[in-house]
Design a protein around this ligand. Sequence first.
Ligand SMILES: Cc1ncc(COP(=O)(O)O)c(C=O)c1O
Length: 462
Amino acid sequence: MDAHPPLIEHAGEPQSNALRGRLSRVEPKGLRTYTPSLAMVARSQGCYVWTPEERKLADFTSGVLVSNLGHNPVRWWQRVWRYMQLPDVHAVSDAFVSAMPLTSYNAASELEVDCCERLLANMRAQPGGGRMEQVLWAASGSEAIQKSLWASLRFTPGRDVILATRRGFHGKKGLANAVTGSETDPDRDPRVRFISFPTDECCDVQRRREPIDLAPYERELQSLADELAGRFCCLITEPYLGGSGSFHPQPEYLQLLERFCRQHDIIFILDEIQSNFGRTGPMYAYTHYGVEPDIVCLGKGLGNGVPVSAAVGRADVLGSLDYGHGSDTWSAHPLGSAAVLATLDEFETTDVLAQGQRLSATLEHGLERLKETGIVANVRGEGCVWGVECRDIGALTGRDVANACVKACYLGDDRGRAVHLLGPLASKVLRVSPPLVMPVDEARDYLDAMYDVFGTVAKQVS
Ligand SMILES: Cc1ncc(COP(=O)(O)O)c(C=O)c1O
C-alpha cells in the first residue's frame, strides 16, 4: 500500500500545489475520497468556491450535498448567530454572558426543545410524515443510521433480521456499514439480508418514467418471507441509490417495500441523509415517493454545513433505547440546533424549493446535452441530484474518462469557466448536485462550460 501517493499538482497553481504538498505530509490519504482535482479552497460564497490563486469554481457538489442553501448565506448565519444568543462580536466582552454553551451533554436548553418541535412539525406537515414523533440526534449520517438500527433491534427483541436494499450506501461505521453494499462483501454481519434495488428499470430518465414491473421484487420478498417470517426487525433503504451511481426508482418500488413492512410488522427506515431538505424536489423524498416511514434518517443538508444528523420517527421505537444508549458527546449540541433552525427558517420562509425545481429542469437539459460529446453513456437523476455515467472509450475505462472530466472541468474552459465536481461514484458516474439556490442562468452558463470541456476531453480520448 502506497502511504505517499503521487502528489496532485496543477499547472499555474503555485499556492495550491504547495498546500497539497504540506497536506500530504500531515494527513493520511484515507481521510479523503480520491478526486483528481483535489481543489484547495481559500474562500467560498453562495454557489462558488475560490482557490488560493483566486480562481473561481462553480460548486456543482454542495460539499457532498450539504450546502443546499449555498456557502455562508448571510441571513442564515445571522439566524444561527441569533439562535446561539451571540452578541455583536465587537460588543463589550461581558455581552457574551447571554450566549449558549457549545455543549449539551448532561444538560439541555430551550433551543434544543424548539429545534425538535420545529423539525417534527415540519416533517409532519408533509405527506408521509405522519409517524414523526421524536428526534434522536447524532453528529454524522452513519451515527444516525446506527441509532435507528439500535433502536429497532431493541424494540423487537428476538427478531434479529435486518433487511437492506442491495448496493445502498448508509455510511462506513459499524452497523451503518453492515447495511451498505450487498451480501458479497467480506465479513458480512449475518443479521443483515439483502433484496434487490431497481437499476435496469430506472437506468435513464426516460425508462424511469415508464411503469416498473414489480413481479421480480415481489418474488424476492416472498422467498425471504418464506424463509424468515417472524424474524424480521426492520428494513432500511434509500429513496435512490446515491453512492452506487444515481439510480432513482419508480415510487411504486418503495411503496412495495413499505407494504411488505406493514404486512410483516417490520420497522420501515428511510435513509434521507442525502435527499432531505429539498434535494429531490420536495422537502423530503418520502413525500413524492408516496411512503410513510417509521423512521427517517436525516443529515448532510440538515445543518447546511454544521455537522448534525438525526433519526426521526416513532416514539415507541426510539423510546426503546434506555438512558445512555443513544447519547454521545456531540448529539443535540446547541450549534447544531441553531443551524437546523436557521435552515428550517430559510426553507419555510423563502421559495428555495421552487427555485430548486426550476434548477432541476436546467440541470436535466444541460446534462442530457453532454451525451452529444460521445463520452457520456447515461444521465440519471431528479431534483438537484444527478449522475452522469461516462463510457469506456478505446483502452480507457469509464473511470479514466470520468476522472479526466473532473480534472478538465476543474481547470476550466478557454473562457476561464471552471466547475468543481466530486470524484466519480461507482467508478464512472459523475455526481452533479449544486446548491438549490444556484441561479438558473448561472447554472446554464456552467453547464455550457461542461459541454465545451467534455467536448475537448472527447477529442483527446478518441
Ligand atoms: C444516503 C447516505 N446515508 C448515509 C451516509 C453517511 O453519512 P456520513 O458520511 O455523514 O456518516 C451518506 C453519506 O454520504 C449517505 O449518502
